[in-house]
Design a protein around this ligand. Structure first.
Ligand SMILES: Nc1ncnc2c1ncn2[C@@H]1O[C@H](COP(=O)(O)OP(=O)(O)O)[C@@H](O)[C@H]1O
Ligand SMILES: [Mg+2]
Length: 255
C-alpha cells in the first residue's frame, strides 16, 4: 500500500530551484533512501514533506490524505516524524529522561497535571517510564539509561535521538544523514537499529551519504541532482545507472 506520495514537488529560494518537480511513491514497510550530491535538495525535500517549509507547487499525500502545507505539528501528529541534526539532546539530563521528554512532548500533560498529579497522571508517568525503557532496549542503550546524555559517545547520542523520535509514535520515520560522523562500527550498529525499527512495521525514509549503508538497507532509492530526480529504483538498478554515476563523478561515493 502506498503510504507517501510526493507529486511534482517544487521549492524555489529566489533563483535557486532546490526541488524541481520531484515525484515518487513509497510503500508501507519500505526503507526508502534519498541520495544525491551535496546541495541536491535532499534536506529541502524532507522540510517540504514534514511541513517545515511550504512547497512553491506540488503536493504531498500521506496515508490517503493531502498534507501539503499543513503545520509541522499537525503532520507529526499524523505520524510523520523526523530527527533533526540540529535539535540537541538535553545534555545534562539522563539518557532515560531524554526519551521520557520525547513522550511528554507528544502527550502534553500540562503544568496543572504535573503539579497535582492526579491518578491518570501517575498512570501516564508509569506508562512513560515503561515505554522509555522499551525504546532504550530497541536502540541498545538500556544499560546506559542512568548516564548523563553528555557522557555518551557520539554514535550513541545519535541512537538516543532516534529513540526520542520514536517516542512521538511515528508511522513514517524520516532520518536525515543518521550515519554522518559515525565510524564503521557505529554505522553498522545504526543499521541494525534502523532494521529493528522497520521490523516493527515503521516505514523509513533515509537521506544518507554512506553508500554501504544505503545499498545494504534500502528497498528503493530516489536520486536527486540539482533539485531534480535523475533516477529511481532498487539499489542494484541505481548503482549501475549512468546518470547516477555521472552525478557522483568526482565524489567517489559509489563503488
Ligand atoms: N532556507 C533556504 N534558503 C535559501 N536557500 C536554501 C535554503 N535551504 C536550502 N537552500 C538551497 O537549496 C539547495 C538544496 O539544499 P539542501 O536541500 O540542503 O541540499 P542537500 O540536503 O541535498 O545537501 C542548496 O543550493 C541550498 O543552498
Ligand atoms: Mg542535507
Amino acid at each position: 500500500m502506498t503510504l507517501l506520495s510526493v507529486s511534482n514537488l517544487t521549492k524555489s529560494f529566489g533563483g535557486i530551484v532546490a526541488n524541481d518537480s520531484v515525484s515518487f511513491d513509497l510503500n508501507e514497510g519500505d526503507i526508502y533512501a534519498v541520495i544525491g550530491p551535496n546541495g541536491a535538495g535532499k534536506t529541502t525535500l524532507f522540510n517540504l514533506i514534514s511541513g517545515v517549509l511550504r512547497p512553491t507547487s506540488g503536493s504531498v499525500q500521506y496515508a490517503g490524505r493531502d498534507i501539503t502545507g499543513l503545520a509541522q505539528a499537525d503532520i507529526a501528529a499524523l505520524g510523520v516524524v523526523r530527527t533533526y541534526q540540529l535539535v540537541q539532546l538535553f545534555r545534562q539530563r539522563t539518557v532515560e529522561e531524554n526519551v521520557q521528554i520525547g513522550f511528554h512532548l507528544a502527550t502534553r500533560g500540562g503544568v496543572g497535571a504535573a503539579l497535582f498529579r492526579p491518578g491518570w497522571v501517575r498512570r501516564q508517568e508509569r506508562m512513560v517510564r515503561e515505554k522509555s525503557r522499551e525504546l532504550l532496549r530497541l536502540v541498545g542503550l538500556e544499560s546506559q539509561a542512568g548516564l548523563v546524555a553528555d557522557k555518551l559517545p557520539y554514535g550513541q547520542q545519535r541512537l538516543l535521538k532516534i529513540a526520542r523520535a520514536m517516542a512521538a509514535g511515528p508511522k513514517l520515520l524520516m532520518l536525515d544523514e543518521p550515519a554522518a560522523g559515525l565510524d564503521t562500527q557505529e554505522t553498522s550498529v545504526l543499521g541494525d537499529v534502523i532494521q529493528r525499527i522497520n521490523d516493527q512495521g515503521i516505514t523509513i525514509v533515509l537521506i544518507e551519504h554512506d553508500m554501504n549503508l544505503v545499498m545494504r538497507m534500502a528497498t528503493r532509492i530516489t536520486v536527486l541532482d540539482f533539485g531534480k530526480k535523475i533516477a529511481e529504483g532498487t539499489p542494484v538498478e541505481v548503482k549501475v545507472n549512468p546518470a547516477v554515476l555521472a552525478a557522483y563523478l568526482g565524489e567517489a561515493e559509489l563503488e
